[in-house]
Design a protein around this ligand. Sequence first.
Ligand code: SF4
Length: 229
Amino acid sequence: MGAAPSSAAPPAEQAAPARVKITEIFLSIQGEADSVGWPTVFVRLTGCPLRCQYCDTQYAFYGGEWLSLDDVLGKVASFQTRHVCVTGGEPLAQKGCFDLLQRLCDAGHRVSLETSGAIDVSKVDPRVVRVVDIKTPGSAEEARNKLENLDLLRADEQIKFVICSRADFEWSRDLVRARQLTDRCTVLFSPSYGQVESRDLAQWILDERLPVRLQIQLHKVLWGDTPGR
Ligand code: SF4
């Protein structure tokens, strides 16, 4: 006769602790968006499914180090800084990013998220300020735009266009007007570094009376193209 089957429930499967793959965590001055100028801790997650032609963070495509969320929170806390920006790469390409954003908010940080606009942003913690790109034709990744993301944005969040040419400007201008994006939230136009002069973009915005904000990347004015700044 065999042993009687045990009536005890099998042990619950332990959920693996959340972790994220990190390229770098560093303190700098926020160079973009509404929080420009604030001392900010940047948490750069590794990997991106896009390949924008102007990408200045290609070093974040590969490599990186797996860290537990506790370790990331600890490292962020060591900088004793309120503002935190979660960026990439494309941070939302990692499932653990959603928990990371929540944990950073729980810890009392003011958290912003820089995302390509190619991944659903609906599950992001509502305390996070989302800065969502719209990829222009000049980026070579226009087909990745998930425009339904735009309907989710609050007035305190931002939409960002990186403008690579006059043609990109006109495409972006037409989209802003057609979808009335400036009624929804702040729209940022940023010149692609080395491709469009800031002064030209400023004049195009003024000529069109376009209610968008010119954004010049402050960190590049301060430190050029140095990674980790
Ligand atoms: S989405 Fe951002 S990180 Fe990814 S390729 Fe484009 S610019 Fe680079």
